[in-house]
Design a protein around this ligand. Structure first.
Ligand code: FES
Ligand SMILES: [Fe+2]
Length: 459
């Protein structure tokens, strides 16, 4: 008797109507997607600072949060310090979500045990003074850092705490106003990062197939490239749009940070800037839920007409279609957005069942780098990227470059891609500088590069 389920590998039976033979492979690989303490991926993520709440979400009551699979509670005590504690009281487990905030720390509602923001037990009022609980135990606590309206947590081993990385994009251009936001998605965090590693979806999801969400410029199919940077790599697309070359490069920084230009560029005049529109982290709530959280940079470059206001950003709110699941279902079907594409890959996308193409190179590169970094942590090594330093802001590389070229000069796709890559990497060569100085130096470099390319292609 023949086994009708055996034979060719799933997805390789190309006979018409062969669904029976092309079942997806089992989704059994959790190496890069697991986030719990003690799992490979979870231990790796616990070596970094992660934003988890907007400062504006923290009022006069404790807030229950779930982060990296752990149930926690966050509060601001009477003296303004922020505590992030294991949610369940170490006495007998009542939730500190119902704790009473004190001038110093928080007091459990059930029997009054009093904890400082670092987990120290300050008081066990029902116990006789001779009992030594206070000096023997403490409530689990994590360090919190507040920056630009975001609360960040470090949940790893105390001795491995990295410096808190500030980024060079918040103070540039000088009129920049960083505005916090947080968007919830019922799927694993890796899918959110992979969406940023996939610039060809900007052409299809955001311009050609689902609707005109980005500018018409994005209908032009680009050359893709993913060159390495000191913090990760660039996820970049280079297009010839009329008489201009438009180079759009997003930062992918390990483990979960990304910076993205907006989708409005018409590429109809020359410009060059180190000016992402969004800086965002993809943060794991648990294996099956995440949020992306970060800062929108409202300034004269990203928001020249002032059409976007700080009030347009918040929790589950961003002024771009398709970022939440709260639109009517039929409307989401007619014009799907990132949320609909990314969440429907599955709570944890089945990477074993994929059939990757040449345009998925960025996704593959991210997975390789992520796997390597997880292995490094497993073996007690510090991952090679990102190199974070406490001295000065961490340099980033996301940019948009539009330059005019003579007709036909960069018609060869290889020459176009090569120029795009070199021009985007000019920001790496100038990363000893900051702000306007760096942009000026980069502008000169890009102009020289273009002159070189034109001289070569004219030969
Ligand atoms: S359960 Fe918290 S003090 Fe008893
Ligand atoms: Fe997108």
């Amino acid at each position: 008797m023949t086994d009708s389920t055996s034979g060719s590998r799933p997805g390789r039976d190309i006979r018409p109507y062969s669904g029976y033979h092309n079942q997806p492979a089992p989704n059994d690989d959790t190496f890069i997607t697991s986030v719990g303490r003690g799992t490979p991926g979870g231990e790796y993520l616990r070596r970094y600072w992660h934003p988890f709440l907007l400062s504006s979400e923290l009022g006069d009551l404790p807030v229950p949060v779930r982060l990296l699979g752990e149930d926690l509670v966050v509060f601001r005590d009477g003296s303004g310090r922020v505590g992030l504690l294991h949610r369940h009281c170490i006495h007998r487990g009542a939730s500190l979500e119902y704790g009473i905030i004190a001038e110093r720390g928080i007091r459990c509602c059930y029997h009054g045990w009093h904890f400082d923001v670092d987990g120290t037990i300050l008081d066990t009022p029902a116990e006789p003074p001779t009992i030594r609980i206070k000096s023997t135990f403490c409530q689990g606590a994590y360090k919190v850092h507040e920056w630009k309206g975001l609360l960040f947590a470090y949940m790893g081993p105390v001795d491995e705490m990295p410096p808190f990385p500030e980024y060079d994009t918040v103070d540039h251009p000088t009129d920049n106003a960083p505005v916090p936001f947080r968007m919830n998605l019922p799927c694993n965090w890796v899918q959110i990062v992979e969406n940023g590693c996939d610039p060809i979806h900007n052409a299809y999801l955001h311009a050609i197939v689902a609707g005109q969400q980005f500018s018409a410029t994005f209908k032009v199919l680009p050359q893709l490239d993913f060159p390495r940077t000191p913090i990760g790599f660039l996820s970049m697309a280079t297009r010839q749009v009329g008489e201009h070359v438009f180079i759009r490069a997003s930062d992918i920084a390990l483990p979960n940070f990304g910076q993205f230009p907006n989708g409005a560029n018409l590429a109809d005049r020359e410009s060059l800037g180190l000016r992402p529109y969004l800086s965002r982290w993809a943060v794991a709530v648990d294996d099956h839920n995440s949020f992306y959280i970060g800062l929108a940079h409202l300034n004269s470059y990203n928001n020249p007409s002032g059409s976007m206001a700080p009030e347009d950003f918040g929790v589950d709110q961003i002024p771009f279609i398709g970022q939440t699941g709260d639109r009517p279902h039929a409307e989401r079907q007619r014009e799907p957005g990132d949320y609909d594409a990314v969440v429907t890959q599955g709570q944890v996308a089945n990477r074993r069942a994929e059939h990757l193409g040449s345009t998925d190179r960025g996704v593959v590169q991210f997975r390789r780098m992520l796997s390597q970094a997880i292995h490094d942590v497993q073996e007690g090594r510090r991952p090679e990227v990102p190199r974070l330093t406490a001295a000065g802001p961490t340099r980033t590389y996301a940019s948009e470059i539009v330059v005019k070229v003579p007709p036909g000069a960069l018609d060869d796709p290889k020459a176009l891609a090569a120029f795009g890559q070199k021009a985007a990497l000019a920001f790496v060569a100038t990363d000893h500088l900051l702000g306007a100085e760096r942009e000026e130096a980069t502008t000169r470099k890009v102009q020289d590069l273009l002159a070189e390319f034109l001289a070569t292609t004219a030969k």
